[in-house]
Design a binder for this molecule. Structure first.
Ligand code: GDP
Length: 204
């Protein structure tokens, strides 16, 4: 597992605080409470790297996790980037607007960005902002991968049905640059598959 030593590097509140370009990174997006922190922790085989939050919508920043310790890597390095959770109604309007602009600019201009993972609750897939994030990536020519997480909440039959429906929807909306799988941070279902996709984008 290339992510097993990943650790918190920094939190960026605006464009100037991002690490210098020249590295490689994969961004993780998702609605608040979708299970993004749990997915990051499962990918990295860590219990507490990304905070599993009890107060959704609190982290309004881009959180960078350094995949390899600084002593072993060229600077700038390889990162997993935790984007702020969206869809949380209690975030004030002006703050939401600031975030939307920052995220949009990030997708449009960030050279180091190699792909996007969108984490969605398998029971509520492809909501408005999920589609917006996927659109940002696809419009930049970047690959995207959707995790239908909390799959443990559904039986196998329902999982498969949802997977096929989402795959069809993604294909007609975005073509073949978006892939999708079932996942569970709880049961670890699909973790190896997701890890292989992210590692491949990063050239690891
Ligand atoms: P985030 O806001 O997207 O980072 O979501 P979290 O990872 O903090 O998870 C939100 C809630 O969903 C927490 O109570 C988690 O324990 C729960 N959760 C996350 N992933 C799973 C999963 O795969 N299965 C189940 N059953 N619960 C999950």
């Amino acid at each position: 597992n290339p992510f097993v030593r990943a650790r918190y590097l920094l939190a960026a509140h605006n464009h100037k605080q991002l690490p210098p370009e020249g590295g490689t990174e994969v961004a993780f997006a998702g609605r608040s409470n979708a299970g993004k922190s749990s997915a990051l922790n499962a990918l990295c085989q860590q219990n507490a790297m990304a905070r599993v939050s009890k107060t959704p919508g609190r982290t309004q920043q881009l959180v960078y996790f350094d995949i390899t310790p600084p002593s072993e890597e060229p600077i700038p390095g390889n990162y997993l980037v935790d984007l702020p959770g969206y869809g949380y109604a209690k975030v004030p309007q002006d703050l939401q607007a600031h975030w939307q602009a920052f995220i949009h600019q990030y997708f449009q201009t960030r050279e180091s960005l190699k792909g996007l993972v969108v984490v969605m609750d398998i029971r509520h897939p492809l909501r408005e902002y999920d589609r917006q994030m996927l659109g940002y990536a696809v419009n930049r020519g970047l690959p995207a991968h959707a995790l239908l997480t909390k799959a443990d909440k559904l039986g196998r039959g329902q999982q498969t049905q949802t997977l096929h429906a989402v795959r069809r929807d993604l294909f007609s909306a975005f073509g073949d640059t978006v892939s999708v799988q079932t996942f569970s941070g709880e049961s670890k279902q699909g973790v190896d598959e997701a890890r292989a996709v992210v590692a491949g984008w990063l050239g690891l």
